[in-house]
Write a protein of this length. Structure first.
Ligand code: SIN
Length: 536
């Protein structure tokens, strides 16, 4: 088994991971170098698919201010946003944008070379930066990958999973075990800074806008090692995924299309948002999602529609080239036809409990981006705050790590050694479970019972079924291949979401229980206990 040492290991190559790796390489003293590991290719991540953009409160945007942004974030968060975190992140936003620009990220500009700002739901002003029209994530990811590749001494492992954290008897994370599934090879990596930037959990649901890689790996890994996780019941469903094609992984129709004035309508062109919220199409995401879901249930329709026909074709194509291209592939001209849309799992507000600088409850372990839960999003994320959080948490992590000694002089104690020996010696069962069937069942179960509308009975059915699936799966530790590792992680997250959802006997933000349709204001005043350590 290979054995190596690094000053820092970044797991995940989305915007948070890439930015942290580049900045660490530039600013920190790394006597043992830096490694970035990624599950497929360096360029592949959930961030890559972000369309709408990145919030930033820029001094040149005279209509905006940090206080307005903080207020919008807190309102959307439905009583659970940590106001101090929101303030911190908002105030850092302009600085991270400048630094990202120095690393090669270009945001869209107008004919006078001024940054363009757009609007999305629940924002009181236009403040969202975008790139390539509606290809913000793709453009940012490309720029950061290009910069990273130019730094030849940042080591990259592709097709590699993090499968276990190395933790000593004092609960300090000292590295991790990785698994290259192409080579079927495990490696022991020692490091004083393991940084999880592994993204969210979208693939837990039958319908999601997230790519195949989004299987909650970092969150499950940290939880199994005993790190505290938080807000696990809060899954955000995006209201408008493209409802054509028969794939569970759905193409996103950005909220920015509604920001540019598109309306939600039924098949006859009749609007319905006025029945649900006076902010209409630009109400917070959880409200729009439930409104669409309700309309679909009332009418039995598989989807509703987005009417963007007020935007002429050339303008639509220029502003939303990616969406335009996909619509045209399905013979839809957004300037003439309604776009069929339905809700889909999109973002995870829960995750590994962290401070803004990525520190977790476990020394030596850090988490940034969607895998982390800083408290910014509360019960419902404000649109385009996610890339901002990725960037600010990466920035702050490096600011704090650069003052630390990142030399690698651990002595492995018995506990660490035991974990290493286990991976060296354990042989795995050759008889493989039907992972595809278990995964399909799990995704359907989560969509039907732990989705947009929840209740006690559905959650209890889900709990029992997940227990059954875990028994069928039967791999607690070393797994035979990538699919098994991913399923193991998804089962862990599913169990946690259900447990947290059963405990929250109220409706708040993205967690809606029809048996408790109101907010629990007494619990709010005592701040419901929102985190947990591993049991046992
Ligand atoms: C979108 O473009 O609608 C998604 C943006 C986000 O998830 O914040």
């Amino acid at each position: 088994m290979k054995h190596s040492k690094y000053s820092a290991v970044v797991v995940g190559s989305g915007i948070a991971g890439l930015y942290a790796a580049i900045k660490l390489h530039k600013e920190a003293h790394l006597p043992n170098g830096i490694l970035i590991i990624t599950k497929t290719k360096l360029i592949e991540s959930n961030s890559k698919y972000a369309q709408g953009g990145m919030v930033s409160v820029m001094p040149e945007n005279k209509l905006d201010s940090c206080s307005l942004h903080i207020e919008d974030t807190i309102k959307a968060g439905a009583g659970l946003t940590d106001a101090k975190v929101a303030e911190y992140i908002s105030k850092r936003s302009a600085q991270v944008v400048k630094e990202l620009q120095n690393f090669g990220v270009d945001f869209d500009r107008d004919e006078n070379n001024q940054l363009k700002f757009t609007k999305e739901a629940a924002h009181s002003v236009n403040r969202i930066l975008h790139a390539g029209g509606d290809a913000t994530g793709f453009c940012m990811e490309n720029a950061l990958v290009k910069y990273l590749i130019s730094k030849k001494d940042i080591k990259v492992y592709e097709q590699t999973l993090a499968v276990e954290l190395l933790k000593n008897s004092k609960n300090i994370c000292q590295g991790l075990i990785t698994y290259n599934y192409e080579e079927n090879e495990y490696e022991i990596i020692e490091s004083p800074a393991v940084i999880l930037a592994t993204g969210g959990v979208g693939q837990l649901y039958k319908y999601t806008t997230n790519p195949d890689i989004t299987t909650g790996d970092g969150i499950a890994l940290a939880y199994r090692a005993g790190a505290i996780v938080k807000d696990m019941e809060f899954v955000q469903f995006h209201p408008t995924a493209f409802a054509l094609g028969d794939n569970g992984t759905m193409f996103l129709i950005s909220e920015a299309v509604r920001g540019e004035g598109a309306k939600l309508v039924d098949k006859n062109g009749k609007t319905f948002m006025e029945k649900y919220d006076k902010r209409l199409e630009l109400a917070p995401r959880d409200i729009v999602t439930r409104a669409i879901f309700n309309e679909m249930q009332l009418t039995g329709a598989k989807n509703v529609y987005l009417d963007a026909t007020h935007i002429n074709e050339l303008k639509f194509e220029k502003r939303f080239p990616t969406i335009y291209g996909t619509c045209r592939e399905y013979n839809i001209n957004p300037a003439e036809n309604y776009i069929p849309v339905s809700p889909s799992a999109h973002y995870y507000m829960g995750g590994i409990k962290t401070k803004v600088d990525g520190t977790t409850s476990m020394e030596g372990l850090y988490a940034i981006g969607e895998a982390a839960c800083t408290g910014l999003h509360g019960a419902n994320r404000l649109a385009s705050n996610s890339i901002l959080e990725c960037a600010v948490t990466a920035f702050e992590l490096v600011e704090s790590l650069k003052n630390k000694n990142l030399s690698n002089n651990f002595v492995q104690d018995e506990k660490t050694q035991k974990t290493i020996n286990f991976y060296k010696e354990e042989t795995i069962k050759t008889e493989h479970q039907n992972v595809d069937a278990i995964l399909k069942h799990l995704k359907e179960l989560m969509w039907d019972k732990v989705g947009i509308i929840r209740n006690q009975q559905k959650l209890e059915v889900a709990k029992a079924e997940i227990e059954n699936l875990k028994e069928q799966f039967a791999f607690a530790y070393k797994c035979p291949n990538r699919n098994h590792y991913e399923l193991r992680n998804l089962l862990t997250i599913a169990e946690l979401i259900v447990e947290f959802a059963l405990n929250r006997k109220e409706s708040r933000g993205a967690h809606f229980r029809e048996d408790y349709p109101q907010k629990d204001l007494i619990a709010e005043s005592h701040q419901l206990s929102r985190s947990t350590r591993m049991k046992g």
